[in-house]
Design a protein around this ligand. Structure first.
Ligand code: C2O
Ligand code: CU
Ligand code: CU
Length: 485
């Protein structure tokens, strides 16, 4: 048992970390400077106890995103504690090696609390990972990407324009590990990069500045079966990706930057009239548009070394879930993204603390096929048509055509299929950047798209959330409970 006290500080204050957990094999992972919480380095099979003290003058609760834990340990907003109270979390680490994270999940305050710093990384290691001999210690680098806006006094500033109320918060500055223009000195050898998109609403299209392909070794739920390369990788809020990058052969003094590449932002409209989200309801001055190009972090080569680990051909075995594994193949659980009265909803409903429908009742120890559909916004009919090409659609139609990163609590799932809705130019700018092969807990569903997933619901009964991880959408009620029983 390791004991980890976590003390949420006031808004932009640094979280205090007074524990002595860092004993495991990954103890060498450096803690991040700045406003982020401590990195919790855990091991599969370990029992962990976390003391959470609320010293804020508002309610707060912490969710262990990606972790398979019982309902009372999962940070459901019904368990929020008030100032001066404490919550003791205790659970066994069931997840395999990978990168998870924790963040506040307070009713209607998640977006602002996460924005103000109540977020941290969790790494997990296990036997299978240790055998692989992946880059570790100083060669295993966590990167948390978040966009922020600042006041003239250089304090974090959180406010939403009219447009951002629908679109989610977009800041004027993209930070990595809390820093702008982050530069990391590296040696000519292989590195493992653990990347978390900890932004409220911004979606990144990760790519290398020299145009070389990008190699993934892990997703939300852990390592992939084998390394996979992509021209670029889409990373929406809450998604994690682990990269392998080898700086061998680069000259001392040269640099390679990890960028977010341009894509069509879908901010307010798609295609035609309102491309890229310009126009519409007053752009926020300063905010970087969704889909703009930017440099995230620069790696500068400072030292030549001659030995480097080799990229393994295979990583960890993954039992590929198919329709055959589904407990009730004739019944697909729907998650239909809709909108009514300027509010996004799921299956026509918005969040209510303890509410679930018959459809949201899941028998314990089953495997379910779930279809997430962003194809049929509630307005339907004429509006729908308008949206499609962006021609002639009214403002409402335009606004519904947004991508949504859908997250499900509990166990990790697998992606069964993706069916693009609008095979248009916009989709073409993102379509090669989805990793569909690994364990996932969050999946980006593009406008018009339909994504089928297979998810086990084992071990724990109770209420488990599913929601859009665009945190402004979540807070406006784009969240529901599954009741597992
Ligand atoms: Cu990371 Cu319910 O969320
Ligand atoms: Cu979660
Ligand atoms: Cu959303």
């Amino acid at each position: 048992t390791a004991e980890i006290p976590i003390l949420p500080g006031a808004a932009t204050r640094v979280l205090k970390y007074t524990g002595k957990l860092l004993k495991g094999p990954q103890a060498a992972i450096k803690q991040l400077p700045g406003y982020l919480g401590p990195i919790l380095n855990l091991e599969q099979g370990q029992r962990v106890r976390i003391f959470f003290y609320n010293q804020l003058p508002e309610p707060c609760v912490t969710h262990w995103h990606g972790m398979h834990v019982p309902q009372i340990m999962d940070g459901h907003p019904m368990y929020a504690i008030l100032q001066g109270e404490q919550y003791v979390y205790e659970f066994e680490v069931k997840n395999p090696a990978g990168t998870n994270w924790y963040h506040s999940h307070t009713h209607e305050m998640t977006a602002r609390q996460v924005y103000q710093g109540l977020t941290g990384l969790i790494t997990i290691t296990d036997e299978a990972e240790r055998k692989l001999d992946l880059p570790s210690g100083e060669f295993d680098i966590p990167l948390v990407i978040q966009d922020r806006s600042f006041t003239s006094g250089n304090q974090l500033h959180y406010s939403l324009t009219m447009r951002q109320r629908m679109q989610g918060f977009l800041g004027d500055t993209i930070l990595v590990n809390g820093q702008r223009n982050h530069v990391i000195p590296v040696k000519t050898r292989a590195y493992r990069l653990r990347i978390l998109n900890g932004s409220n609403a911004r979606i990144y299209k990760l790519g290398w500045s020299d145009g070389s392909p990008i190699t993934a070794i892990g997703t939300d739920g852990g390592l992939l079966e084998k390394p996979e390369t992509f021209p670029y990788i889409m990373l929406s809020p809450a998604e994690r990706v682990e990269l392998w990058v080898d700086f061998s052969g680069h000259k001392t003094g040269s640099e390679l930057a990890l960028q977010t590449l341009p894509y069509q932002g879908f901010s307010m409209g798609m295609g035609g009239g309102m491309r890229g989200g310009r126009g519409g309801m007053g752009m926020q001055e300063g905010a970087v548009d969704q889909g703009s190009k930017d440099t995230l972090v620069r790696f500068t080569i400072t030292e030549q070394v001659s030995d480097s680990p080799k990229l393994p051909d295979t990583l960890v075995p993954i039992h590929r879930l198919t329709v055959k594994d589904v407990s009730n193949p004739d019944k697909t659980v729907p998650i239909n993204i809709g909108m009514r009265r300027m509010t996004f909803n799921l299956n026509g409903r918005i969040f209510e603390m303890l509410d679930y429908t018959e459809q949201e009742r899941i028998p314990l120890n089953t495997v379910q096929k779930i279809r997430i559909s962003n194809a049929n916004p509630a307005m339907g009919g004429g509006m729908g048509r308008g949206m499609r090409g962006g021609q002639g659609g009214g403002m409402m139609g335009m606004m519904m055509a947004l991508p949504h990163p859908i997250h499900l609590h509990g166990q990790q799932f697998q992606i069964l299929s993706r069916k693009p809705g609008y095979a248009d130019n916009a989709y073409a700018t993102v379509k090669d950047g989805f990793i569909n092969s690994g364990w996932k807990d969050t999946v980006l569903v593009m406008p018009g798209e339909e994504v089928e997933i297979i998810k086990p619901f084992m071990d724990y009964t109770g209420l488990f959330l599913y929601h859009c991880h665009n945190l402004e959408h979540e807070d406006m009620g784009m969240m529901r409970n599954f009741f597992v029983s």
